[in-house]
Design a protein around this ligand. Structure first.
Ligand SMILES: *Cc1c(COP(=O)(O)O)cnc(C)c1O
Length: 360
């Protein structure tokens, strides 16, 4: 049976990826040298299209890493001398703080319970904190910040660097990147690509901070430090042999998304999210885990379940629909459903119907 993945990442590939994979093989993309002109052209194409897709202001750079997890580590090494501040509301935001601790930094954690988001109006952050880490969409719980929250943090804390996790909501979330200093994603979520590539957006303030730390004799890492990434990116290259195929495919998918139009993609995601939340509300076996509709994720939807999640997962798998279980301690108590650009309205409507058939 053909299987279709609604898992929150890796997920179903973007529907054009198969065709682009074939072209990549025809063009020998996996074999070309990462120091060749052909690679430089791929690099330039992908970064140009991402800048267009995200409407990045001048002075914002794009770098490639192995994953978003790597960017957690690199950003602490490059941007934090003593202390970072983390808004924690689930497993992914917690992991960033954990990595900062592993690297010997002091972390101040502003924590709210899972399913909620930190109320940005009421937070107090000390001046000693150098970087504020915010997760736009906490994939483990399906809790999303309102779009205006980043602006409030920016206004309240102009001296701090802001690091925004957009892993499971970009390019759906209409972020004004001029309000943050860095943002990052990995490509196996909304972009619908094979895992193994992280995208790091960073501005000049980040570059300067990393150079300051380097100047003080601190270790900012080696090949993936910001100054190294920047120097190579100016030649449309990477310090190491990168995931050339991943960078190629990302450029192609960014091109497809631009051709379709972000407005259309956003409208479809809003519609599909409404269909799914409606099913969560109607079903006696499901209810949205995030209670406040203003914070319910549109891209990674989480429902509490009245039966063990595996019962629901197995039933849907019989129909070829693969959804996610709960994350970590919520494994049996939640289901998680990805609503990414590749998931069509029709597929989501069928899934919602199946959810309503549970127990019938
Ligand atoms: C998946 C995810 C990550 C980690 O991505 P990797 O590619 O596994 O490094 C980080 N943050 C959020 C919100 C995620 O959903």
């Amino acid at each position: 049976m053909k299987r279709f993945f609604f898992t929150p990442g890796p997920s179903q590939l973007y529907f054009t990826v198969e065709e682009h994979l074939k072209s990549a093989l025809t063009e020998n993309v996996p074999s070309i040298s990462h120091r060749s002109a052909a690679f430089q052209e791929i690099y330039r194409h992908t970064t140009d299209l991402l800048k267009e897709l995200f409407r990045l202001p001048a002075g914002y750079h794009i770098f490639f890493t192995g994953s978003a997890t790597e960017i957690w580590e690199r950003s602490i090494q490059n941007l934090v001398e003593y202390e970072s501040c983390h808004f924690v509301n689930g497993a992914f935001s917690q992991r960033y703080a954990g990595i900062a601790e592993n690297l010997g930094r002091k972390t101040s954690v502003i924590r709210v319970s899972e399913g909620k988001v930190v109320d940005v109006e009421s937070v107090l952050i000390t001046e000693s904190c150098e970087l504020i880490a915010l997760t736009q969409n906490e994939t483990s719980t399906g809790a999303s910040h309102a779009l205006g929250d980043v602006e409030k943090i920016r206004k309240g804390f102009p001296n701090q660097l802001i690091s925004l996790d957009i892993v499971s909501c970009a390019p759906y979330s209409n972020i004004d990147y001029s309000l943050v200093d860095m943002a990052y994603l990995s490509v196996q979520k909304c972009f619908g690509l094979p895992a193994g590539l992280g995208v790091w957006i960073a501005n000049e303030r980040c570059i300067q901070k990393s150079e300051t730390l380097l100047g003080k004799g601190m270790s900012i890492g080696s090949y993936h430090s910001l100054p190294e990434l920047l120097a190579k990116s100016q030649k449309n290259q990477t310090p190491e042999t990168p995931n050339v195929l991943g960078i190629y495919l990302l450029g192609k998918v960014a091109e497809d998304m631009l051709a379709k139009g972000l407005d259309m993609i956003r409208r479809e995601i809003d519609y599909k999210a409404a269909v799914l939340y409606n099913a969560f509300e109607k079903s006696e076996f499901l209810s949205p885990f995030v209670k406040d509709p203003a914070h319910q994720s549109k891209t990674t939807l989480v429902a509490e379940v009245a039966v063990p999640s595996r019962v629901i997962l197995n039933k849907l798998a019989e129909k070829g629909m693969i959804i996610g279980s709960g994350y970590g301690p919520f494994k049996e108590r939640h289901i998680r459903i990805a609503n990414f650009p590749t998931h069509s309205k029709e597929q989501v409507e069928v899934l919602a119907d199946e959810l309503l058939m549970i127990g019938k």
